[in-house]
Ligand binder design. Sequence first.
Ligand SMILES: Nc1nc2c(ncn2[C@@H]2O[C@H](COP(=O)(O)OP(=O)(O)OP(=O)(O)O)[C@@H](O)[C@H]2O)c(=O)[nH]1
Ligand SMILES: [Mg+2]
Length: 443
Amino acid sequence: MFDSLAEKLQTTLAEVRGRGTLTEDDVSAAMREIRLALLEADVNFKVVKSFTNAVKERALGADVVGQLNPGQQVVKIVSDELTELMGGAARDLSFSPRPPTIVLMAGLQGSGKTTATAKLARYLHEEHGSSVAVAACDVYRPAAVDQLIKVGTQVGAAVYEQGTDKDPVRIAAWARDRAQSEGKDVLIIDTSGRLHIDQELMAELANIKKAVRPHDVLLVVDAMTGQDAVNVAEQFSEVVQFDGVVMTKLDGDARGGAALSVKAVTGVPILFASTGEKLDQFERFHPDRMAQRILGMGDVMTLIEKAQGAYDEQQTAELERKLRKQEFGLDDFLDQLRQVRRLGPLQSLLGMIPGLGKELRDVKVDEREFDRIQAIILSMTPEERRHPELIKGSRRLRIARGSGTNVQAVKQLIKQFEQMRKVMRQVSQGRMPDLGALMRQAR
Ligand SMILES: Nc1nc2c(ncn2[C@@H]2O[C@H](COP(=O)(O)OP(=O)(O)OP(=O)(O)O)[C@@H](O)[C@H]2O)c(=O)[nH]1
Ligand SMILES: [Mg+2]
């Protein structure tokens, strides 16, 4: 997402960044480029205008920040203003002190409500340890209830449904009572889609809202529909007040216009971003990190959070113990690799590392390499995994055949593993590994 915008802004800002002095003309020229880049990214034109005006005013004003040269200051101002544009500080759900916290999902047909309902349930369960129920209030299509049962169950949420014969307002009230009596922390209500802002369905949504008094109403918006998404959100806000936006399908949206405009146009911030069909492709939306990502400053916090989510403290302690006792084997190695995999596709992780230039970010990561390593390790006996030094001649051939690879690949994997184990042991003993020697060996 934001690919082309990011590239253009980064090129423009790279030109001003190095400058020791900036004239008014330099700033104006940079603003013209930025304005074009934003318009091409399908950002609402009014939003673009006020954005570039604000940046220009601050850049030319007395907004002097000690350590930075004028070029760097412009970059900082653009970053600050982009953050502000997307809502400033990240906003969370309004958790109720008296559970259940009730979240009502609304949005146009196909925007991703049902998927987002399950994703949010998963997120709340994983990140907050909440017990979550989801309620099926889309009674217009039998498939809608089945879909929620399927995805809700997948993420471990309780699914409250009464088929398609009952009135959705009644189902919502029933689900609220049930969530309360079953001691759920959060109830998320999935509703039916609207093709347009249709009066009847909007009235139904308003009635559900009146009946259950949700703590948050989230409007689910498809980023791929660009400015249409923003218009829908604007019209929606005139009929039913909502508290946050869930921006979906950001993975398919190269331009980013909706994500950049929706807060400025509706006054309501994006709370969550959905970036794929898989149920874990969902994260809280952080305007500051997003701005930094667009400007190529990396997104270290998101990366760290992902890593913390994937590495469990107990596992880390166990790993250290094994290293100390020299029990670290290929099984553990595979575990480690799997954990790195849980962070997401390697390709997407590269984009979050600051300072990685465009060329490096475009390096194609061969995800199949992981499958190959996994196949090799799984073709070994438990004994071999603990003592890779046993793997010679006929064993090596057997493993190569079993994993559908070749002897050379098995050899190479074991060599890499030995090197990694050596480095890990040195690091765990507080010694700096001899990187020079390692590089020579790796060659
Ligand atoms: N690529 C991508 N696809 C998504 C994302 N979120 C949802 N989808 C897909 O979009 C389609 C519609 O999603 P649903 O969750 O069924 O949408 P809905 O708003 O509940 O649809 P209705 O119930 O018909 O109104 C499905 O095929 C989803 O897999 C996303 O972030 N990225
Ligand atoms: Mg649905």
